[in-house]
Design a protein around this ligand. Sequence first.
Ligand SMILES: Nc1nc2c(ncn2[C@@H]2O[C@H](COP(=O)(O)OP(=O)(O)OP(=O)(O)O)[C@@H](O)[C@H]2O)c(=O)[nH]1
Ligand SMILES: [Mg+2]
Length: 460
Amino acid sequence: MSIYYKSLMVLLWTLIRFGGNSYLMLDNEFHIKSTANATLISIISPVFKGHSSQQESEHSLQELKELLRTLNIKYKNTHIQTKKEISPATVIGKGKLLEITQEAKDNNSDLLVFDFELTASQVRNIKEVTGLSVIDRCHVILEIFAGHARTKEAKIQIEIARLEYILPRLSGFWTHFSRQKGGIGVRGGEGEQQIELDRRIVRERIEFLKRDLKTVLKTRQEQKKKRQNMAITAALVGYTNAGKSSVMNRLCKVNVLEEDKLFATLDSTFRTLNPDTRPPMILIDTVGLIQNLPAQLINGFKTTLESMLEADLLIIVCDISDPHYKKHLEVTQHILKDLKADDKNQLIVFNKKDLLNDPLMSKVIQRSHPGSFVINSFDVSDIDNLRKHIIDYFLAKQMCYDLFIPYHDGPAHSIVNSKTNIINSRPHENGIFYQIRVPEFMYQMLSLQNYELAPKDSKG
Ligand SMILES: Nc1nc2c(ncn2[C@@H]2O[C@H](COP(=O)(O)OP(=O)(O)OP(=O)(O)O)[C@@H](O)[C@H]2O)c(=O)[nH]1
Ligand SMILES: [Mg+2]
């Protein structure tokens, strides 16, 4: 069969898979079956980043279990191999792999999930040794993101991330593709040519999606500009499942999806914190963070994560009931630094205090982080205190101005009344004296400086 015919088949396959509105491409290849019965594999090795101690590996494995629970995937056994050095071909030793395979087969487990990133050749080698399906932590996170994406922007971003993950691993997927295409025989050089062709198609698709994303982002950019001129914003950031959406829902009395699942939120959601203050205060709910977040996802979701950059205040939500809460804070600060958002004003909110066994703990933590809040997001008075604190914080940042506006200048009176916080007003023969509070940028934008009194005038 000629390579041209095969190219045509690939093109058709691509059109079917990538075409239309479906962003969930490569489903057969990439999709993890919910009926899978997984065996989890990790490593402890001084030379392995993120797995250099027993504590690190166990914490990461615990997270992997949560990630699989989010996907509704059952797991049977877990294995952690301690190794001084890693085997380049299969990471963990071949003997250990065979032992795991036997146990997996005895337990009807058909999927090996590795709690670290595997290269294409490692996936291929492990498949060859075990005869089982093999995926890594990155693949699991991508699958969750794909399932949770709701807006067009998130769907495009996740598809780009998936394709970028697949691109260097195409040869690992190749055996499947060839089988899927109806048993076209692939030998030696032909297979290589085919992979090259697949690579080109995937690259072109990534380029197409990036262009599409640019258009979507342009609209978002315009909305952002409008918001920046009209409101002050605080972004809720933090580890996944910390309770960001729950805090947002209670603070703003709205109903954003909150779930006991990792990465429930993928899009930045905006809500008004207090419609009565001027300018309005807006809260932004953001995508959750996790350690070892795949590079493709950080890049892909940079625009979503960057909504933090437009915020005047970062509210870092942290699940205090998680024994690893310190690590969560560390990871959050690290990602904020990567995004160059670490110089923003921060307010740390320790959440889920109701789940603490020792009530003294909340006092100890609060003391070790002066200025932080310890709350239960279901507790009305905790939320009321937090809301008041955020509003006061913003009000304190506003500047006080003394103005005199003549009666005949109707529009200026209406701007003052609708866009600023009036502390005091005093009628006069020719106009009204106002004392107002407003952020400096808005004061300039509203051109109120034309009415500003010199300090001695306001005294008079
Ligand atoms: N017990 C308790 N549970 C809480 C509290 N706040 C949130 N939760 C629960 O924690 C889970 C996660 O809450 P979310 O608000 O979805 O967390 P999130 O940080 O937005 O998570 P992602 O969007 O996945 O990053 C949900 O089941 C909430 O009901 C709290 O103060 N106490
Ligand atoms: Mg959320």
